[in-house]
Design a protein around this ligand. Structure first.
Ligand code: PEP
Length: 251
């Protein structure tokens, strides 16, 4: 089964003004998207609904950048999966390395949030990836598997069609140091083989594994040509016109 190409734009805590956010919407509304691709942008929570409502293109959907576990309650600063679902937000990014590092989210906590988001019908862009020290110590596969294991334990096989795995080596995020197509392909193939063993060969074949880490308009085509690279999660370049080139990387 061919996996549909997927490109996510993670705006992080950008842009700094609503008028700049309007500029990003304009870019997306005017984009010439070729081919069959799921495009999902993740603005800050404050801009989720205005951006969703201003998008005129059916090609683009929106995602939250994070959510908590519970439906509601005394959790100051958090957004619940129930609230996202009620607002019609179809996607949420979970386990981004900035959440894992700066906000100390463990893989178990990310798995619990994945469970909670699935229970509300959301689709999860689930981020995993190793640090430079871990890669240099030859631990890339072990680290990525240890991040996925708690998720595997909490999911039924049939729920994996609501998971997009984003392989994002921490050393490549926001550094300008993109993984080579060979490095990305190798890790994606290992994740797929591990999914076959740990879940099922159907899930391994059908789950999209996208790459994230300093992807640009210049680097996207070679990466997209790899057999196990099913798209991208894009940070910095999602705020620039070249995001459209990245969306068209496989066209
Ligand atoms: C990200 O934050 O998910 C990311 C991949 O960022 P960048 O493209 O800027 O490296």
């Amino acid at each position: 089964m061919a996996r549909k190409f997927f490109v996510g734009g993670n705006y992080k805590m950008n842009p700094a003004t609503k008028s700049a956010a309007d500029g990003l919407v304009k870019l997306l509304n005017e984009a010439q998207v070729k081919g069959d691709v799921d495009i999902v942008v993740a603005p800050p929570a404050l801009y989720l609904l205005p951006i969703r409502d201003a998008l005129k293109t059916q090609h683009v959907q929106v995602s939250a950048q994070n959510c908590y576990l519970k439906d509601s309650g005394a959790f100051t600063g958090e957004i619940s999966p129930a609230q996202l679902a009620d607002a019609g937000i179809p996607y949420v990014i979970l386990g981004h390395s900035e959440r894992r590092t700066i906000f100390h989210e463990s893989s178990e906590f990310v798995a619990q949030k994945t469970r909670a988001a699935l229970d509300k019908g959301l689709t999860i862009i689930l981020c995993v990836g190793e640090t430079l020290a871990e890669r240099e110590a030859g631990k890339t596969t072990a680290v990525v598997q240890s991040q996925l294991e708690p998720v595997v334990k909490l999911l039924q096989e049939s729920e994996w069609n609501k998971i997009v795995i984003a392989y994002e080596p921490v050393w490549a995020i926001g550094t300008g140091k993109v993984a080579t197509s060979q490095q990305a392909q190798e890790t994606h193939a290992e994740v797929r083989a591990w999914l076959a063993k740990s879940v099922s060969s159907k899930v391994a074949q059908e789950t999209r594994i996208i790459y994230g880490g300093s992807v640009t308009g210049a680097s996207c085509r070679e990466l997209a040509a790899q057999p196990d690279v099913d798209g991208f999660l894009v940070g910095g370049a999602s705020l620039k016109p070249e995001f459209v080139d990245i969306c068209n990387a496989q066209a």
